[in-house]
Design a protein around this ligand. Structure first.
Ligand code: SF4
Length: 190
């Protein structure tokens, strides 16, 4: 497992790309997940996520995955479970002060991040772990939140267009009807 973890960090750029694709697919599946019910799919998705990420990253299923901000090095493998690092105790050669046989998780994180396209994210200070999310699926939560944000942005965009039509109708009554007007602008169904 440790070797595979080091492999993932060495190939962090490729894993970053794969993660982005997985997220796109999960976000696209949001309407399907919504119909089935997020609560119903939580267990099978969390199980799949655990199986894949345990092998690749020694994942501990903290429920708030930050791999894309930590060079694909899981911070939960740090014996101090630091969410930002490294601490001041890194040994010569980049080894952990608590487990001298293991490379410092955070030294590896900075190394992995340096290869990633969005590696600068590692400079953002991460909040402490919320223990109540332990065991839950990060994939599902993140994609669900992203899908909700996209829906909200789309809705705002529609509202802005509707408002623009109302403005145009008030200011320039002759020009507004030339374009197709959204239903909501003239009080129709949303
Ligand atoms: S940050 Fe959390 S979810 Fe991500 S690999 Fe580590 S333990 Fe697993």
């Amino acid at each position: 497992m440790y070797r595979i973890r080091l492999f993932a960090i060495r190939h962090s750029r490729a894993f970053e790309w794969i993660y982005q694709r997985v997220e796109q697919v999960m976000v696209a599946l949001d309407p399907v997940f919504g119909k089935i019910g997020y609560d119903r799919i939580e267990r099978p998705v969390a199980f799949t996520e655990r199986c894949i990420k345990t092998v690749l990253f020694d994942c501990k299923m903290c429920g708030q995955c930050v791999l894309s901000s930590t060079g694909m090095s899981c911070p939960m493998n740090c014996p101090k479970q630091l969410r930002n690092g490294p601490c001041g105790g890194v040994r010569p050669g980049g080894y952990c002060e608590v487990k001298p046989e293991m490379k410092c998780v955070w030294a590896l994180a900075w190394d992995g991040a340096s290869r990633m396209k969005n590696g600068a994210q590692i400079e953002t200070v991460l909040p402490p772990v919320e223990r109540n999310l332990e065991g839950s699926s990060s994939w599902l939560r993140v994609s669900r939140e992203k899908a909700a944000r996209l829906r909200e942005a789309k809705e705002k965009g529609r509202a802005a267009v509707a408002e623009a039509f109302a403005d145009a109708r008030a200011k320039e009554p002759a020009s507004a009807p030339l374009a197709e007007e959204p239903a909501r602008a003239c009080g129709g169904n949303k």
